[in-house]
Design a protein around this ligand. Structure first.
Ligand code: G3P
Ligand code: MG
Length: 250
């Protein structure tokens, strides 16, 4: 029995790799494939506006180079974040958290906001993103899930918006991961899918923590994870995994 009120399948960075990651175009494509739950990466501009970008720099996913968090939103808003992917998406802008929220709220989509701070501003990023998320989702029954690999970001989120649900992201089973998730008052752990086994899912569930995983792109892994009773699978493969596939089969 799942603990999570979320859809089982979560589209990674909007639509994985099929559209430029972390753009509105990617979210629209993921939704066209039937997805109703999404993950995205959020950081702050130099003037403190939360926007979507995975890397600390703009180099890989835009036509500009440099540390994104050192640019103001006025500068970031003029950047082409689509041409690097393909001609079809040329001119696609970086989205603010506000514009992604508008899309998700209008369509009743669930959103997992991964707080992805520029190094050095972890706590502040958690605080600002959580405050903005609380404002955007006020009075909604399904609030966004705030996740991060950075405990300081989750501490900041807790201080700014204690009622918003939080999740600790882990790539490996580092010493103390379970206690850390509990200590941060998390509702979930989002772990690399490779670290899961049945005992880990049972341990999380016994502590009332949802067991989510990333980034599941092949059938055999998906089948094994569903068999373990995972509560959520983050995937790039929105064109291959039906978002309606159940917990007992893919
Ligand atoms: O939130 C799950 C997943 O997105 C974590 O890894 O590097 O794709 O942000 P990454
Ligand atoms: Mg992410």
């Amino acid at each position: 029995m799942t603990l999570s009120p979320w859809p089982l399948w979560i589209a990674h960075r909007g639509a994985g790799k099929l559209a430029p990651e972390n753009t509105l175009a990617a979210f629209r494509l993921g939704a066209r494939h039937g997805y109703s739950a999404f993950e995205c990466d959020v950081k702050l501009s130099a003037d403190g506006l939360p926007f979507l970008l995975h890397d600390a720099t703009l180099d890989r996913t835009s036509n500009v180079k440099g540390v994104a968090g050192e640019k103001t939103w006025a500068e970031l808003s003029r950047i082409d974040a689509g041409s690097w992917h393909s001609r079809a998406y040329a001119g696609e802008p970086l989205p603010t958290l506000g514009s992604i929220a508008a899309f998700c709220l209008a369509n009743s989509h669930a959103l997992n906001i991964e707080i992805k701070p520029t190094p050095g501003v972890e706590r502040r990023t958690g605080e600002v993103v959580a405050r903005e998320a609380e404002r955007l989702w006020r009075d909604r029954t399904l609030p966004p899930l705030l996740s991060s690999f950075e405990p300081d970001a989750l501490e900041g989120a807790r201080a700014a918006a204690p009622r918003l649900p939080r999740a600790l992201l882990i790539d490996t089973l580092v010493e103390g991961w379970f206690e850390r998730a509990q200590g941060l008052g998390c509702v979930a752990v989002v772990a690399n899918h490779r670290v899961y086994d049945t005992a880990m899912v049972a341990r999380l569930h016994a502590a009332n923590l949802w067991a989510l995983c990333y980034t599941v792109n092949d059938d055999s892994s998906a089948r094994a994870l569903l068999g373990m009773g995972l509560d959520g699978l983050v995937t790039d493969a929105v064109d291959r995994f039906s978002p309606h596939a159940g917990r007992l089969g893919v």
